[in-house]
Design a protein around this ligand. Structure first.
Ligand SMILES: *Cc1c(COP(=O)(O)O)cnc(C)c1O
Length: 459
């Protein structure tokens, strides 16, 4: 164990981590990175095949982003957004509004995905008070949703393992079914169901719209739930129904934004303009913490008034509109334009689809699903009966540890192996990474047949 691993184990508490398992196992310490590879303190290299948990877009140490941050450091690292404007925040806001779905004209900055969602929830809630409809104060969330880890965002979350323990602290939203065809329990044949999952929403809104402020959704992909993907047309239908029943739509694009789904934003696939949109993760190309909540003139204008009208949005953070973050974000969105990043994704998305067609045939792969550059490979003990592995066998984690031995860093969500490479990955790199993923799945799942246990899972 080198001194950094020792100090980590003595002093650091890791997120979403059972620290007992962490302390008992060898841990990797990252020292540097280049392109889509990470290097540890022993010089071993790993492909960053989950984009450093879904944030990295153009690779590590990308010259243009590095230089933008260095240039900004030569001016000012941070000044407050309370009472002061700054240069990169104003420039980036303009770029964001131009890139975003039509009608999202205002940008409220914060620091991470959770705060971007927290802001959207509070804006939606306060908006209806200004409109003289204070009874519209509840939210609709999807089963299995994940919107962050603060108390407000956990309230609209639906992942039992993470969220149940905090239940006494939370407000209670209405829940609707997760629109995932592979897991559907509403229809016998998802191909002919005509979006049965939308019916539950229509029923709910018809009955309760008077008490509902907003519906919050991860458009197209419920990421933390295990890359659950909604059928085509679902999002557009949700927009149609929320409009019909006068309910705001909050699109949480924290994971799906900035090209992951093959378009700049997931909402673009179905021509949807939400009332509020939350962005973070990829916003700075994966360099620095920054987030934004975008909204419409309609909502923004309801917060205008004299001081004594008390229409002010009383929310903000110490590092709101941080210059270094905004400078990185500006450089990142400029790369999208200069390199035509979105158009360049097409052959990469096709390469992934070709590999998944093979991976999906494996005896222990129940479902190999893809939305653009986002992949979830769901492992099954018995594929035909759709019988999962016992969750405490941590089969997904074992597959990922095996892949790490072969130089690919990936993280599972339960027994869904997630693959979400930086958008700059080449077709060759994608093919190599997915070959290793397949090999790791094959080795771990065939091991399970002869002897239980084994592998080096952490938790
Ligand atoms: C990651 C994520 C969040 C939370 O973002 P943090 O930066 O981790 O607070 C919120 N919503 C979605 C959809 C996410 O994937």
């Amino acid at each position: 164990m080198n001194i950094f691993e020792a100090k980590d184990k003595q002093f650091v508490w890791h997120p979403f981590t059972q620290m007992k398992g962490w302390l008992e196992n060898d841990q990797t310490v990252i020292a540097d990175a280049k392109g889509i590879k990470l290097f540890d303190t022993d010089g071993k290299e790993y492909y960053d095949a989950v984009s450093s948990l879904w944030v990295n877009i153009h690779g590590h140490r990308r010259a243009e982003i590095d230089q933008a941050i260095i240039d900004q450091l030569g001016r000012v690292a941070h000044s407050t957004a309370l009472g002061l404007a700054n240069i990169p925040a104003s420039e980036f806001a303009e770029k964001l509004v131009k890139a975003a779905p039509a009608g999202l004209n205002k940008v409220f900055y914060s620091d991470d995905g959770s705060t971007a969602v927290e802001v959207a929830i509070k804006m939606a809630f306060q908006y209806w008070q200004h409109k003289g409809q204070p009874k519209k104060n509840r939210f609709v969330a999807l089963d299995q949703a994940y919107h962050g880890d603060t108390v407000g965002t956990v309230s609209v979350g639906g992942i039992d393992l993470f969220h149940r323990v905090f239940k006494p602290l939370l407000f209670e939203p209405f829940h609707i079914p997760a629109p995932s065809c592979y897991h559907c329990q509403l229809a016998d044949d998802p191909k002919k169901c005509k979006l049965a999952c939308v019916q539950a929403l229509e029923n709910l809104l018809a009955e309760h719209h008077d008490e509902i402020a907003a519906l919050i959704i991860e458009p197209l992909v419920q990421a933390a739930a295990g890359m659950l993907m909604s059928p085509s047309g679902y999002l557009a239908k949700v927009r149609e129904l929320t409009k019909k029943y006068n309910v705001l739509l909050i699109a949480d694009e924290v994971a799906t934004g900035f090209g992951r789904t093959g378009k700049m934003f997931a909402c673009d696939h179905e021509g949807v303009s939400p009332d509020l949109m939350c962005l973070s993760k990829g916003i700075t190309g994966g360099y620095l913490p920054l987030a934004a909540t975008l909204t419409t003139d309609e909502i923004y204008n309801e917060f205008l008034g004299d001081m004594k009208e008390k229409r002010t949005f009383y929310h903000g953070h110490s590092y709101t509109a941080n210059q270094l973050g905004c400078a990185a974000a500006l450089a990142s969105i400029k790369i999208f334009e200069d390199d035509n990043v979105i158009a360049g994704l097409e052959p990469k998305i096709k390469a992934i689809a070709d590999k998944l067609a093979l991976i999906g045939q494996h005896d222990h792969v129940g479902d190999a699903r893809q939305c653009g550059m986002i992949v979830g490979i769901e492992l099954m003990e018995d594929k035909v009966a759709k019988k999962p592995y016992p969750w405490d066998q941590t089969t997904g984690a074992k597959v990922c540890m095996k892949a790490r031995e072969y130089g690919i860093f990936i993280r599972p969500v339960g027994d869904v192996v997630v693959f979400m490479p930086p958008l700059c990955s080449t077709v060759e790199e994608i093919n190599h990474m997915l070959d290793v993923v397949y090999k790791s799945i094959d080795e771990i799942t065939s091991q399970g047949k002869t002897a239980a246990g084994g592998g080096g899972a952490h938790f």
